[in-house]
Design a protein around this ligand. Structure first.
Ligand SMILES: [Zn+2]
Length: 180
């Protein structure tokens, strides 16, 4: 239970990071944070008992760079809303396509990676879109920095976090559709 995830908000309610319940408990016990949302269960210190936290807010503002999203397969799928960028099919069974093929020096960047269904990836093979006579639905870009990308792994199970994560709503519908 002490390993369960707790969302940490800055003093201005901006999502900062995720820590385990034990760490959150220490922050609250020392008066450095307050509990905004509770989870099931109780935690005990020498001095007092707490209902286990799920979301805490720091009492003091801390300065930190905006969270950066990592370039991974899943982040590319989320950016593309689980949609094949060639035929528009929405599916969970996606592959990563290098628009400019890797053997031609195509790079592993947000601008050169798109989601492709297996059929389209097979058809495109080692060609450029022009050579394969295929067109991209939209130009791949680096997504804007959003706390959604950093925290979305947790949102499915931690529904009480959603109201603290800006950008959640615009993806929620996509996730539900793609999961069915
Ligand atoms: Zn496709």
């Amino acid at each position: 239970m002490s390993n369960s995830a707790v969302l940490v908000l800055n003093q201005n309610y901006e999502p900062l990071n995720v820590c385990n319940a034990k760490r959150a408990f220490v922050l609250v016990d020392r008066g450095k944070a307050e509990i905004l949302e509770h989870a099931e269960g109780v935690m005990r210190s020498a001095r007092q008992n707490f209902r286990r936290p799920s979301v805490i807010r720091l009492i003091y503002m801390i300065r930190r760079p905006r969270p950066q999203m990592r370039l991974t397969r899943r982040e590319v799928f989320v950016r593309d809303r689980y949609t094949c960028q060639y035929c528009g099919k929405q599916t969970r069974d996606l592959t990563i396509d290098h628009v400019e093929p890797r053997h031609r020096g195509g790079r592993h960047t947000w601008e050169n990676l798109v989601s492709a269904c297996r059929t389209c990836n097979h058809r495109k093979a080692g060609f450029s879109p022009e050579e394969a006579h295929m067109r991209l639905l939209s130009e791949p870009r680096r997504p804007p920095a959003s706390s959604y990308y950093v925290f979305y792994h947790y949102l499915e199970n931690q529904s009480d976090w959603r109201k603290f994560i800006p950008g959640w709503e615009q993806y929620e519908e996509t996730e539900v559709v793609a999961a069915s």
